[in-house]
Design a protein around this ligand. Sequence first.
Ligand SMILES: CC(=O)N[C@H]1[C@@H](OP(=O)(O)OP(=O)(O)OC[C@H]2O[C@@H](n3ccc(=O)[nH]c3=O)[C@H](O)[C@@H]2O)O[C@H](CO)[C@@H](O)[C@@H]1O
Ligand SMILES: C=C(OP(=O)(O)O)C(=O)O
Length: 442
Amino acid sequence: MMSKIIVRGGKKLSGRVRIHGAKNAVLPIIAASILGSEGESVIHDAPPLDDVNVINQVLESLGIEVEYKDESIRVNAKHVRTCEASYELVRKMRASFLVMGPLLTRMGHARISLPGGCAIGTRPIDQHLKGFEAMGANIELGQGYIEARVSGKLKGAKIYLDVASVGATENIMMAATLAEGTTLIENAAKEPEIVDLANYLNAMGAKIRGAGTGLIRIDGVEWLTGAVHTVIPDRIEAGTYMIAAAITRSDLFIEGAIADHLRPVISKMQEMGVQINEDENGLRVYADRPLRAVDVKTLPYPGFPTDMQSQMMALLLVAEGTGIVTETVFENRFMHVEQMANMNAQIKVDGRTAVVSGGNRLRGAKVCASDLRAGAALILAALAAEGDTEITGLHHIDRGYVDITEKLAQLGADIQRVPLEVIELEEEETALPLFAVQPSLA
Ligand SMILES: CC(=O)N[C@H]1[C@@H](OP(=O)(O)OP(=O)(O)OC[C@H]2O[C@@H](n3ccc(=O)[nH]c3=O)[C@H](O)[C@@H]2O)O[C@H](CO)[C@@H](O)[C@@H]1O
Ligand SMILES: C=C(OP(=O)(O)O)C(=O)O
């Protein structure tokens, strides 16, 4: 049912919040489970999110058995019935494209709907395709689908990525596991989710070294089997709750957060005056003094994550002074700015840079989430605002946050989720762009 979140700002939070498994790790891991032609995979700590349901449906549409219960997914990929992922499913989530590498290398063929761009940018897939081609695949484009074929096996190759793309690194790494010979990925992305995927693939029998560095080496093997794996905690969910603590001047324990995955977020928040204690079970985050503005530039890992940019901007709104936020990863990831302005925020955007003036009293307003992290940032701003904020566009937030309303309410926030009224339903339908605007290759 379509609904909205209502937040009455100004409440202090306290207590512990449990961080779920990482969305951006579990999605490629589920795609990789296609590679297990013998035995079953069991993937633990799979967060109950809309995106996880979508990728599970993609696997089921390929004829693979998937059972999802109590945050564990059991996959039996012995039989693959078809190598085609439909527009209906890929349209719902770009990450569905990650099934291309596994299908191509195991079955020699994959036909996947072109993933569109989305609100945050055009998001081409040229680097994925460049990798498959270098391994000997023939790629054809037609009727909104990308079809890749190889006669015999893929061949190991040296692939230099023009941009350190997370998705391209994952897709190529998966394809290379069953290729003949050795693949080297140069300028590979180094995100923790890539290391998690490599650990799972190695547990399946793959031979991958160097994941987490800019040079990944994959020695192809004959076949892979299912494996048991536990997904890493979600560093972006953790970072979002860290900001919830700071923005409300509260004291929270973020259970399960891995400090090493959050270095840039921890450093920037400390620079602002937020206190952070590292513990082996998580992070204690508290803010007991005025916060200072800082400048933030998003970069591939280990730089500051683009997926935390909008939440950090929310925090800058309550700091003293002016902070400059530069978004270098996606070309259009400032959609939250206009919505924040409705809440009395002062932000000026010029291209990839936003100048954020802190110290203005935030006021509750009706706002709409344009994408996942924009939605999270609006909830955070609402926690610190005077009066009521109503947030719509919740399907974006549901892609990536498990029970965010319940978790925040349990920490003491005045927040609830209620059904949309008829008139609001009509407004929501004509509001902001949803997804899959323009398919693009380059
Ligand atoms: C499911 C998942 O894990 N999503 C994450 C993943 O997305 P995703 O894997 O899509 O992001 P990429 O790292 O591929 O994209 C980074 C940049 O590279 C560009 N690019 C990418 C591929 C390509 O073939 N050509 C190209 O030019 C993109 O347009 C973008 O500007 O990493 C992003 C960057 O950390 C995160 O924001 C997303 O949350
Ligand atoms: C942009 C994100 O996800 P996706 O790549 O799935 O759109 C995100 O997790 O913030």
